[in-house]
Design a protein around this ligand. Structure first.
Ligand code: PMP
Ligand code: GLN
Length: 379
């Protein structure tokens, strides 16, 4: 029987992770840390369980956690969300993205997606009967081609998806980009879906430009975030989204129908842990050190980097080494050399191969050193 996603494929993240496990490689493929989440946070989860917070929490999340996140948006981005009507906690950012897209995209609607793009937007759009319209990011810095974007916006455009800091390229949108976008969307009904899961992983003194900071964007934006990226516990699958009430009151219907609510003891734990903002404010420096260490260790190789400005990913160009298709080369890196990465073509329009691999540097120094040894050996 045909499903509604007949062309859906197993995600490259599963493929490479499984291959990496099978060959027991150094794994820099799927984006997750190979070090532990803070013991204090784990103890808070255990405490919440022992204290009896083991039944359904409110559908939109516990008030204590809603208050913390709403205060964070106010402090960092100067945007006041209503803690009762403008935030929900979700099963990772993935579920927030899914609910946002399925809530608003109708059959025949167009949704603009910048490429390269994270791989969950496109199936979500198609599942809703929408049509993804791709805009290629240009140049080494993966800049928005504003003319191209403007041309692709029409009366069918229902939504635009942005992602900053950007997976897989590690680029960021700056204030000028957000202002341009704000101007472009003025007097339209287009919804902005802003994937900001790497908001705290930003380097070199840059500031994260949340859509919530810009009034003309915030009024139409659904901002999605992930605790997994921020607190080194991607396996907990906890995230959230914020949006103006007029949008959130629709999204929550989809949340109700998909999972209804998410993990209660973890919500208790995060509510407590977030009282100390250094837990997320120090993250940029922490990951910048890892990025710098990795880049220093591979500086004499023929893998070429455009330095990542955010996320925990570094893309490396290998065109000086081989002209193999990136999926083949990344598989060979696993089977012959014991190092796993992600071929960037999977994020590109029509799987275009630019001879680039993505390496996740959320790894212990020991892992980074071992990986760098392999990359030096190949070069
Ligand atoms: N968006 C982007 C850009 C991501 O990289 C990821 C996670 N890899 C997600 C969304 C999903 O986040 P979560 O694991 O919280 O569902
Ligand atoms: N976001 C992670 C990455 O880019 C993967 C998450 C997933 O496997 N869905 O590697």
């Amino acid at each position: 029987l045909p499903s509604k996603l007949p062309a859906g494929k197993t995600s490259i993240f599963s493929i490479m992770s499984n291959l990496s496990r099978k060959h027991k490689t150094i794994d820099m493929s799927q984006g997750f840390p190979n070090f532990e989440t803070d013991m204090k946070l784990k103890e808070l989860v255990c405490k919440a369980m022992k204290d009896g917070y083991n039944q359904y929490p409110p559908m939109n999340g516990i008030p204590e956690l809603r208050e913390q996140i709403v205060a964070k948006f106010d402090n960092l981005y100067g945007k006041k969300y209503d803690e009762t009507t403008e935030i929900i906690f979700t099963a990772g950012a993935t579920q927030a993205l899914y609910c946002a897209i399925t809530a608003f995209v109708h059959p025949g609607d167009e949704v603009i997606v910048f490429k390269p793009a994270y791989d969950s937007y496109e199936p979500d759009i198609k599942l809703a009967g929408g049509k993804p319209v791709f805009v290629q990011l240009k140049g080494e810095d993966f800049k928005i081609d504003w003319e191209d974007l403007e041309q692709k916006i029409n009366s069918k455009t229902r939504m635009i998806v942005i992602n900053t800091p950007h997976n897989p390229t590690g680029t960021i949108l700056r204030e000028a980009d957000m202002l341009k976008l704000e101007k472009l969307l003025e007097n339209t009904n287009i919804i902005l879906l802003s994937d900001e899961v790497y908001e705290h992983l930003i380097f070199d003194g840059e500031q994260h430009q949340s859509a919530s900071k810009f009034p003309g964007l915030a009024e139409r934006a659904i901002v999605c975030a992930s605790f997994g990226k921020t607190f080194h516990n991607t396996g907990w699958k906890m995230g959230y989204c914020v949006a103006p009430e007029i949008l959130m009151k629709e999204i929550i219907k989809f949340h109700q129908a998909t999972v209804f609510c998410v993990n209660h003891p973890m919500q208790r734990a995060f509510a407590e842990y977030l009282k100390e903002p250094e837990h997320y404010l120090e993250l940029g420096d922490f990951y910048q050190e890892k990025r710098d260490k990795f880049l220093e260790l591979i500086k004499d190789t023929r893998f070429k980097a455009v330095i990542s400005k955010g996320t925990y990913f570094q893309v490396l160009d290998y065109s000086e080494i081989t002209d193999e298709y990136d999926v083949d080369f990344s598989k060979r890196l696993i089977t012959e050399f014991g190092l796993a990465s992600i071929p960037v073509s999977v994020f590109n329009i029509d799987g275009k191969d630019n001879k680039q691999l993505r390496f996740c540097f959320a790894k212990t120094d020991d892992t980074l050193e071992k990986a760098a040894k392999i990359l030096n050996r190949i070069s």
